[in-house]
Design a protein around this ligand. Structure first.
Ligand code: SF4
Length: 401
C-alpha cells in the first residue's frame, strides 16, 4: 500500500532494510528487493512519483537494497532515484511511441530470438532483472511473467542457431542473464560452446551496477570455463552515472576481468540524469579507472512512457564532441541510434570532416581540440575523389580558406 512517509520514517525504514539484508549475499539482496508501492516506505515521494508508481504503463517497479542505498531518500532530482522511481510521465503514451520500436518481434524467427544482422542474434534469456530501470527499452517483455523463457524455449533457440551456420555471435540479454541460476547460465554457455560456428558470446548485464555481489567467484569460474579457444565471452554493462561507480562495482568488474572477460559500457543518454558534458566525462573517467571501456551511448528508444527521459538528438553529439581531447579514445562512447522499424544501429558523430578541395587535393577538418581548421592531402594516385563532398567557393570563403 502506498503511504506518505516523512524523512525520519524513510531513514528508519532504510536502516531496518539494510540491517536485515545480508549485504554481500546476492540472494539476500534479491529477497529483500523493494517492489511497487513499497517504494513509498523508502522515499519521501513527490506528487509526480505517486502518480508514476500508481499509473505507470511500463515495467514493474523493483530495486535491490544495494542500489536503493545509492539514491537520495528526499531529493527527487537524484539521478539514481530517477532510474528507480517512476514519475508521472511514465503514465502517458505519446503518439510517436511504440512498445516494440526496434521491430524485434517481426525479426524473431523463434520465441526469444531476434535475428536482424546476418551473422549475429539476440537471445532473450529471461525476463527478470535485479532492478527494473525506468528507462528500459525492452519494457514490453522485461518483468512480465508471460515472457518467462522455459528450457524448451531456449532449446528451440539453440536449434535455430545450430541450423544457421552464418551465426557467429550471440548476444544474451533479457532481462538480465546473470539473474538466472548458475546452473542455467552454465547450460546456456555449454550449448553455445557446442555449436561449431558460434565464436562470440556477449553477456548484456546490469548486475555489476545494480547488484555487484551477483558477480560471484563461482559464476566467474563458470564463465571462465567457457571463455576458451573456441568461444570468446564479452560482457557489456550499463553504468549511466558516476554515482554508480562504487567500490563494490569495481570489485565485481575485476572478478570478470580475472575470468578473461572484456567489459564494455553501454550508457543510455537520459534527460536530467546524465545529459550534461561534465557528468558524462566524469562517468567515463571513473569507468576507465574500473578498467571498463566505453562502447555505446544510446539515444533512448521511443518506448511507451519514455518522454521523461528523451533529449534532443543534438545533446548526444555535443557531449561526445566535448569529451574528445579530454579523455583517451577508449573512454569515449560511440553515440548510437537504434533506428525505429528495425533499421539497426547507426553511429552519429560530430561533424569534424568539412569536405574536400579537388583543386589542391585537400581535405578540410575542424579539430575537436583546437576548434581550428586543419588540412590534409588525398594521395596523388587516389581513385576515390568522387567519394568526398566538395566544398564550394562560398564554403571556402566562410572557412577563411
Ligand atoms: S537491467 Fe537492463 S533489461 Fe533489466 S530493466 Fe534495466 S535496462 Fe532493462
Amino acid at each position: 500500500m502506498l503511504v506518505q512517509s516523512s524523512l525520519s520514517e524513510v531513514l528508519k525504514a532504510r536502516e531496518e532494510l539494510y540491517s536485515r539484508t545480508n549485504w554481500t549475499d546476492h540472494t539476500s539482496q534479491l529477497q529483500n528487493r523493494v517492489k511497487g508501492e513499497d517504494l513509498s516506505l523508502y522515499f519521501v515521494l513527490t506528487e509526480s512519483e505517486i502518480i508514476g508508481i500508481k499509473e505507470t504503463i511500463r515495467l514493474h517497479v523493483s530495486t535491490t537494497p544495494y542500489y536503493l542505498s545509492l539514491s537520495s531518500p528526499d531529493d527527487p532530482n537524484c539521478p539514481i532515484r530517477k532510474m528507480i522511481v517512476p514519475r508521472s510521465e511514465e503514465a502517458v503514451l505519446s503518439s510517436e511511441e511504440s512498445s516494440d520500436p526496434l521491430d524485434e518481434e517481426r525479426l524473431s524467427p523463434v520465441r526469444g530470438l531476434t535475428h536482424m544482422y546476418p551473422n549475429r542474434v539476440l537471445l532473450f534469456s529471461n525476463h527478470s532483472c535485479s532492478v527494473y530501470c525506468r528507462h528500459c527499452m525492452r519494457g514490453r517483455k522485461v518483468s512480465s511473467n508471460e515472457e518467462r523463457m522455459e528450457k524448451g524455449d531456449l532449446e528451440k533457440a539453440f536449434e535455430y542457431i545450430r541450423n544457421h551456420p552464418e551465426i557467429e555471435d550471440v548476444v544474451i540479454s533479457g532481462g538480465d542473464p546473470l539473474n538466472l541460476a548458475d546452473a542455467r547460465i552454465e547450460w546456456i554457455l555449454s550449448e553455445l560452446n557446442s555449436i561449431p560456428h558460434v565464436k562470440i558470446c556477449r553477456l548484456g548485464t546490469r548486475n555489476p551496477v545494480t547488484l555487484p555481489f551477483r558477480i560471484t567467484e563461482a559464476l566467474c569460474k563458470i564463465i571462465e570455463t567457457y571463455n576458451n579457444d573456441k568461444l570468446s565471452i564479452f560482457c557489456n554493462t550499463q553504468f549511466n552515472h558516476p554515482k554508480e561507480c562504487t567500490k563494490e562495482s569495481k570489485e565485481a568488474i575485476l572478478r570478470l576481468l580475472k575470468a578473461g572477460v572484456s567489459v564494455g559500457n553501454q550508457s543510455v543518454l537520459l534527460k536530467d540524469i546524465n545529459d550534461d558534458e561534465e557528468t558524462m566525462l566524469s562517468l567515463h573517467k571513473k569507468l576507465l579507472e574500473m578498467r571498463v571501456r566505453a562502447y555505446y551511448l544510446y539515444d533512448p528508444e521511443l518506448i511507451p512512457g519514455s518522454r521523461g527521459f528523451r533529449t534532443p538528438l543534438a545533446r548526444g553529439i555535443e557531449i561526445v564532441e566535448y569529451m574528445r581531447g579530454k579523455i583517451g579514445g577508449m573512454g569515449i562512447p560511440q553515440f548510437v541510434n537504434d533506428l525505429p522499424g528495425g533499421g539497426g544501429k547507426i553511429t552519429i558523430a560530430p561533424n569534424w570532416y568539412l569536405g574536400y578541395i579537388p583543386k589542391t587535393r585537400q581535405h578540410v577538418f575542424r579539430s575537436a581540440v583546437t576548434k581550428k581548421i586543419h588540412l590534409s592531402f588525398e594521395p596523388v594516385d587516389s581513385t576515390k575523389e568522387s567519394y568526398y563532398p566538395v566544398l564550394s567557393e562560398a564554403d571556402l570563403e566562410k572557412l577563411g580558406l
